[in-house]
Design a protein around this ligand. Structure first.
Ligand code: GLA
Length: 379
């Protein structure tokens, strides 16, 4: 059953009656351009078929009733919604109400169902935020064209930064709301502009394999915030607004800061190279760029992990054209570009490598670029 059907069923069961509508928003995988969104950089994410769906019905009594399969439900009085006061998953919903809710918002019944794996670094939290944001926008007559979606994505980022308290950079919300099936999305994080780049690896006999290492990835533990601070310090020391504005980090004295900054500058260059390769129809040329991105994230940015390195190395040794960790790092998922015929062999090799090192057994998904957030069809 799809997340949309599950949300509708949960709604009827837990909240009674029918919702005003059901909306869903996808998780994402970033092809390349990691840890550059908060440096005004360029990234190239794509939306996944995995979605989070919300069934929503407006209320007039100032209460927000939230229900989710597998997580405890919460009832909140809308006037009590203040940042950091809402625990657990409900904070992402309350944060979006706080950031995009219309004046006089009277409350809502919301049932959530998702098939975006939680903790796999595939943006399950952004998918939840974006599904709620699109639902509120449509129910309350806000713009949902591309400009409206860009603004909703920024509001979701504010919800995550200022309400939940995680200083993420905005890529996840932009792709979840603005992604397009059959395309990767070149996102300029300085201007917020996007270009949809046709991307169909299957047409070239290739496959994209996501490997969830099953080592939980957590952004809240401080490492992500530390990296972001280092990138901002480096820009300050170089006398530029952001690392997007420089090609050279040679003037940085501090060796750690210099390596962090080198990652950002070289990664933005790799995004440009990846887009040129896709524009030229050379999907295989992505392989070495993925490899170089992983090395840079592992050695210069130091956000990889034993599990991620094991998956990436094993995939490559078994014939992947390229592989890298994706998302914030410190666990979560890796991505491998493979010949379609080699997917089984590569998955097997990754599984064996994890077993040999006593690591958790990974999970695998073959993925293709899917659509951004939308209203679910009525059953
Ligand atoms: C997380 C954040 C994003 C981005 C990535 C790293 O997914 O939510 O904003 O910074 O990490 O590229």
């Amino acid at each position: 059953m799809s997340a949309c059907t599950d949300a509708r069923t949960l709604f009827a069961h837990e909240l009674g009656g029918s919702p005003d509508g059901v909306w869903c928003a996808p998780g994402r995988v970033n092809l390349i351009g990691e840890h550059v969104d908060y440096a005004d950089g360029l990234c190239l994410p794509m939306a996944l078929e995995h979605c989070t769906a919300v069934a929503v019905r407006r209320r007039a009594d100032g209460i927000l009733r939230l229900r989710s399969a597998g997580f405890p439900g919460t009832d909140i009085t809308v006037t009590d919604i203040v940042s950091h006061a809402v625990p657990g998953w409900a904070a992402y919903v309350a944060g979006v109400v706080w950031a995009v809710g219309p004046a006089g918002f009277g409350g809502a019944d919301i049932a959530v169902a998702s098939d975006v794996p939680v903790g796999a670094g595939l943006s399950s939290s952004a998918a939840l935020e974006c599904a709620v944001a699109l639902a509120l926008a449509e129910l309350f007559g806000r713009a949902t064209d591309d400009t409206g979606r860009a603004a909703l994505a920024s509001a979701c980022m504010r919800a995550e930064n200022d309400f939940v308290g995680v200083p993420t950079g905005g890529m996840d919300q932009q792709i979840s709301l603005r992604g397009r099936a059959g395309h990767a999305m070149l996102l300029d994080c300085r201007t917020g502009t996007v270009r949809h780049v046709p991307f169909d690896p299957a047409a070239d006999g290739l496959a994209l394999l996501v490997v969830d290492t099953a080592a939980p990835h957590r952004l809240v533990d401080g490492q992500y915030a530390q990296r972001r601070r280092a990138v901002e310090d480096a820009a300050r020391q170089l006398g530029v607004d952001s690392l997007r504005d420089t090609d050279s980090v040679a003037a940085l004295r501090d060796t750690i800061l210099s390596r962090r900054a080198r990652h950002v500058v070289t990664e933005i260059g790799r995004v440009r190279a990846a887009v040129s390769a896709l524009d030229a129809g050379d999907v295989r040329a992505l392989g070495p760029l993925l490899d170089a991105s992983h090395r840079s994230l592992r050695d210069d940015f130091e956000v990889s992990s034993v599990e991620l390195d094991s998956a990436v190395d094993a995939a490559r040794d078994a014939g992947a054209l390229g592989a890298r960790m994706v998302g914030g790092g410190f666990g979560g998922s890796a991505l491998a570009l493979c010949e379609a015929a080699a997917v089984e062999k590569i998955s097997h090799a990754v599984r064996v490598a994890a077993g040999r090192r006593g690591l958790p057994q990974p999970r695998f998904w073959k993925v293709a670029p899917a659509a951004g957030a939308r209203r679910c069809a009525r059953p």
